[in-house]
Ligand binder design. Structure first.
Ligand code: NDP
Length: 447
């Protein structure tokens, strides 16, 4: 078999059948590049339309979400749920509420989620959903009415053994609460396992809020330990200031690093002496403010409106905001400034050009599929607790998370070494995630 030609044909077909979805093309292209290594060794993975089936969602649901704003005006948004692959378990993946959301973005996220969820070693399939609703500036009641309308349609497509959504950009504990309330009302059933990221006194799990950020830092630790280096004393840039970013900062500082910058979509704050976490929690989680509000309240801290956060000198960079936020030019700046490690807290934040720079400049790189898998893994632990009507301690759950991140790292490391790509965690994560899903799909027949 001419592997290059076969893979190029797959990709041409994806471009043709999924026009106007650049993020989805980008996510597929990266996985297909890695799969060339597998197909060279194991041609049977090209059988039975396996790869074509894997790139086609099992089901895509698009729906109208009408709701009434505080001025009595009817607003109409679009809702999505892409149920990509359920071969390993119920579809699992977050909901994103952001004005940029469209089908291509939800498909890229759902596609990534298949391999990420496989890597966790837990029985969860891949899916993703969301809406182009913009929660910024909306009142609490508006958010609630939107969530209720969204769930009024979504409820018929989800369930603890079917599809289990969680949070993502713009969807945190408050939104999950409103969504769960509406699900319960419509089904007359307290089905805890239908959503994760719930409140602690109604079925949520300790550590779920912290899990993605903590997990990304555990992954960096693993990469550093493999090089006999330590996070203690390192300078770390964390982009974003949402759920993932806040807890990445918290864990990095707890382990002795100094967070030297963080951001939101309006600019970044440089914090050469580290971040005051108490103030950050207050500004972002209690007041729902901006990073500029943090900068105003503390000396020695500068807010750079629309600046490039990757220009700050650091040893470690953790992109934790959104897709394609770190491009090739920024990767060169990071490398010139001596950065040695990058781990993705966000999904696909590094462009393909940036990843090429990381490889060329010897920067150790943890792709999102592996580095941010702690969030969904802890969601699966929340499902386990719900199924057994139990709740575990913070220490026990955090230990489970740490063990899972260690296993994911080792799995990616081993798969990379097996294919003569030592230290390339992109190739390792893609191959290890793929093989498990592919073997299950072959075993379960052409469906
Ligand atoms: P949040 O909504 O809590 O925070 C998002 C942060 O990113 C905010 O600071 C936001 O700034 C910033 N941001 C969003 N869009 C942009 C943009 N276009 N340009 C610059 N900054 C932007 O989301 P999460 O922290 O939950 O998610 C962050 C990333 O992590 C996403 O890629 C998500 O898919 C990924 N992820 C999340 C998981 C989770 O458990 N929550 C699990 C795995 C991955 P602003 O407020 O100005 O919009």
């Amino acid at each position: 078999m001419d592997v290059d030609k076969t893979v190029n044909q797959y990709y041409e077909q994806i471009l043709k059948r999924n026009a106007g979805e650049p993020e989805f093309h980008q996510a597929v292209a990266e996985v297909l590049q890695s799969l060339k290594y597998v197909l060279h060794k194991d041609e049977h993975y090209a059988q039975d339309g396996l790869i074509e089936r894997m790139c086609e969602p099992e089901r895509q649901i698009i729906f109208r979400v009408p709701w009434i704003d505080d001025n009595g005006k009817v607003q109409v948004n679009r809702g999505f749920r892409v149920q990509f692959n359920s071969v390993l378990g119920p579809y699992k993946g977050g909901l994103r509420f952001h004005p940029s959301v469209n089908l291509g973005i939800i498909k890229f996220l759902g596609f990534e989620q298949i391999f990420k969820n496989s890597l966790t070693g837990l029985p969860i399939g891949g899916g993703k959903g969301g809406s182009d609703f913009d929660p910024k500036g909306r009142s609490d009641h508006e958010i609630m009415r939107f969530c209720q309308s969204f769930m009024t349609e979504l409820h018929r497509h989800i369930g603890k053994d079917t599809d289990v959504p969680a949070g993502d950009i713009g969807v945190g504990g408050r939104e999950i609460g409103y969504l769960f309330g509406q699900f319960r009302r419509m089904n007359n059933r307290h089905e805890s396992g239908v959503l994760t990221g719930k409140g602690l006194n109604w079925g949520g799990s300790l550590v779920r809020t912290e899990a993605t950020g903590y997990g990304a830092v555990y992954f960096v630790q693993e990469m550093m330990m493999a090089e006999k280096e330590r996070l203690n004393g390192a300078r770390v840039i964390v982009s974003g200031s949402g759920n993932v970013a806040i807890y990445a900062m918290e864990k990095a500082q707890e382990l002795g690093a100094t967070v030297v910058a963080f951001s939101d979509s309006s600019g970044y704050v440089s914090t050469p002496d580290g971040v005051d976490l108490e103030l950050l929690h207050q500004v972002k989680e209690v007041e729902r403010g901006r990073v500029s509000d943090y900068a105003k309240r503390i000396d020695g801290v500068t807010f750079h409106e629309k600046g490039n956060i990757w220009e700050v000198e650091a040893d470690v960079a953790l992109p934790c905001a959104t897709q394609n936020e770190l491009d090739g030019e920024s990767a060169v700046i990071l490398a010139d400034n001596g950065c040695r490690y990058v781990a993705e807290g966000a999904n696909m934040p590094s462009t393909p050009e940036a990843i090429t720079v990381f490889r060329k400049r010897g920067i150790h790189f943890g792709p999102g599929k592996a580095a941010n898998a702690g969030g969904v893994a802890t969601s699966a632990l929340e499902m386990q607790q719900n199924a057994s009507r139990d709740s575990w301690s913070f220490e026990y759950t955090d230990k489970r998370l740490r063990d899972i991140m260690h296993r994911i790292f080792r799995t990616a490391q081993r798969a990379a070494a097996e294919f003569d790509a030592e230290g390339d965690y992109v190739i390792g994560a893609n191959i290890a995630g793929f093989r498990k899903v592919a073997d299950a799909m072959l075993a379960q027949g052409v469906i």
